[in-house]
Design a binder for this molecule. Structure first.
Ligand SMILES: C[S@@+](CC[C@H](N)C(=O)[O-])C[C@H]1O[C@@H](n2cnc3c(N)ncnc32)[C@H](O)[C@@H]1O
Length: 334
């Protein structure tokens, strides 16, 4: 059953807008058992989904405005220059986006599709319901010819809900979000994408490219990145009644060249005991011990595409920014 949320604000009146919840309870998205096992692992880690409560989504938007965080600007410039070519290749399609966030960059694509083909169907999937409302407001205040559907859920549950869409589709993943996934998570997603797309449908993926350590490390060591990382602990505190003291942790982000990724960690500045009451789980951290909170892949495009090809998704075209720092790939389901 879809749970319908309260209607969003007035500017959207007269336009098609629908935001639906998911029948997957939050406890299935933010799974305590998985958190316990990742915090008990070696190294200890926390899934990057804990970045995205309301606070974390606001901090991500702030990060996108940081001078050193070139990813947002590069991806936006690629879309601004190439939205028409992308819509020309795919022809008229319904747009479905994984992890839409506020959909600011997606608006460039939506505008191109609506100018060329008339009205556009756009379905945005995100675990954060507030950001979906923002996406709806952003888009519907600018465009009158969009049918907006917001689906609150994970990538996988969202794709199941969006499977009722008929006709040709373009699935989007922007913001280098696939770069936050470990190999097993990415394979799991690509399996769902393959089932979701019909033959001939398209998948447009934004991904950051491998480059010099100093550029990468600057992008993830600014004030917004530091705050966003620490706020993961705040999220765990409210969700699981925890006692993480944010002042007892230090943000650490470094380029792991051999694994082609940046890594975000939180380092315990003192020995301390952590208790997550709702999970009946406690553990001890030594001084200097690190908890990994995020990976951000920095890829070689051709090697990266090999995973997609295994799932029947063939590269059709790649676009990069003028400095060749970031790429957007269009893949097609065979
Ligand atoms: C890196 S941000 C990218 C946002 C937007 N696509 C952009 O390019 O600016 C990732 C977005 O995906 C959402 N998200 C993260 N993990 C998710 C998951 N497992 N399922 C659904 N949404 C997720 C977050 O709430 C956030 O809005």
């Amino acid at each position: 059953m879809l749970r319908t949320l309260p209607a969003i604000s007035k500017p959207n009146i007269g336009r098609q807008c629908n935001i639906t919840g998911t029948d997957v309870p939050e406890a299935m998205i933010f799974r305590g058992d998985l958190l316990i096992s990742s915090l008990s692992g070696s190294p200890r880690s926390i899934s990057s989904i804990y970045y995205y409560d309301d606070n974390g989504s606001a901090l991500y938007e702030r990060l996108c405005k940081e001078e050193s965080y070139y990813l947002f600007r590069d991806e936006r410039s690629i879309l601004a220059r190439n939205a028409k070519s992308i819509s020309g290749i795919t022809g008229p399609v319904s747009l479905v986006e994984l992890g839409s966030g506020n959909a600011e960059k997606t608006l460039l694509l939506i505008t191109s599709y609506s100018e060329i083909f008339g009205s556009v169907n756009y379905a945005a999937i995100d675990i954060n319901s507030s950001i979906l409302k923002r996406a709806a407001e952003n888009i519907l205040s600018m465009k009158s010819d969009v049918n907006f559907t917001g689906i609150i859920g994970t990538y996988n549950t969202g794709l199941e809900k969006a499977a009722t869409l008929v006709g040709p589709k373009l699935l989007l993943s922007l913001g280098s979000s696939v770069g936050n996934m470990y190999d097993d998570e990415l394979c799991d997603l690509l399996g769902s994408v393959r089932s979701f797309l019909g033959r001939g449908d398209y998948f447009l993926v934004g991904i950051d490219l491998d480059k010099e350590s100093d550029v990468l490390e600057a992008a993830y060591n600014n004030q917004s990145a530091i705050l966003a990382n620490l706020c993961v602990l705040q999220h765990l505190n409210w969700r699981f009644d925890g006692n993480f003291d944010l002042f007892q942790f230090r943000h650490v982000a470094f380029h792991n060249k051999s694994l082609f990724r940046m890594e975000g960690h939180l380092e315990a500045m003192q020995a301390q005991s952590i208790d997550l009451k709702k999970l009946k789980f406690s553990f001890h951290l030594k001084k200097g011990e690190m908890i990994r909170t995020e990976i951000m892949r920095k890829v070689n495009l051709h090697r990266f595409h090999e995973m997609f090809i295994k799932y029947g998704l063939s590269p059709v075209h790649n676009w990069t920014d003028s400095n060749k720092r970031y790429a957007i790939s269009l893949l097609q389901r065979g």
